[in-house]
Design a protein around this ligand. Structure first.
Ligand SMILES: CC(C)(COP(=O)(O)OP(=O)(O)OC[C@H]1O[C@@H](n2cnc3c(N)ncnc32)[C@H](O)[C@@H]1OP(=O)(O)O)[C@@H](O)C(=O)NCCC(=O)NCCS
Length: 189
């Protein structure tokens, strides 16, 4: 009898399951968003915490039915517990005279440093690549946001430039950011 291939069967299935997955943002996710965006430490590189009203508005926007391929927010879920541990998503913006995708991510402090944001962003990259709508995906982390800059580097983004953003828009706050760009390849014609 041939030796059993260790990649066969339920053990292999279990080992190949990702520990963290992304799920579309849902009605019950407001408390998670409050934890992510209402906290001064979490928003240190994002211009500070948002007000309760702004977070509720943002939650409603995240829930709005998406026009396919234009934008989508996801909750990052720990597979073992089903617990929401962060957010990640993509949206469109005007850049360098054309339309591009932009991405951004947040992970609760107790789940940081385990590769969660990297795994979740890799899943978003698969989604936008499959959309075949825009060739480039950008990320604009603050220059001193070492973890976010490391994520861009690890996922194959190319560092293009440094720039200042007014963030939140309409505020006096200026964020000094890096412009990272990932080439997604083919788009639909
Ligand atoms: C940025 C953030 C999402 C990272 O989440 P995370 O799940 O801890 O990230 P990961 O574990 O996937 O990867 C972080 C990488 O940065 C590296 N890193 C972390 N701190 C670092 C530092 N001070 N210097 C250099 N690298 C650092 C880690 O070593 C890791 O790389 P490695 O896997 O090669 O070791 C999380 O810190 C966060 O939510 N911060 C607050 C919100 C925020 O700033 N969001 C980003 C807006 S662009």
């Amino acid at each position: 009898m041939a030796d059993r291939d260790p990649r066969d069967g339920t053990e292999a299935d279990r080992l190949s399951e990702p520990e963290y997955r992304i799920e579309p943002w849902a009605g019950g996710d407001l408390p998670l968003l409050e934890q992510l965006l209402g906290d001064p430490a979490m928003t240190e590189h994002l211009g500070g915490p948002e007000s309760t009203e702004k977070i509720a508005d943002r939650h409603r926007r995240y829930l709005a039915p998406p026009v396919d391929g234009t934008e989508k927010m996801f909750k990052i879920v720990e597979a073992a517990t089903g617990e929401g541990v962060g957010s990640v998503g993509y949206w469109e913006r005007e850049w360098d005279g054309g339309q591009v995708y932009e991405t951004g991510w947040m992970v609760l402090p107790e789940f940081q440093g385990r590769g969660v944001a990297t795994i979740a962003t890799a899943q978003v990259i698969e989604v936008v690549r499959a959309n075949r709508k825009h060739r480039f995906l950008h990320a604009f982390p603050a220059i001193e946001n070492a973890a976010s800059n490391a994520i861009c580097r690890k996922l194959g983004f190319e560092l293009r430039d440094e720039l200042d953003f007014e963030y939140p828009p309409g505020s006096e706050n200026v964020l000094h950011c890096n412009d990272w760009r990932l080439d997604l390849g083919l788009i639909k014609r």
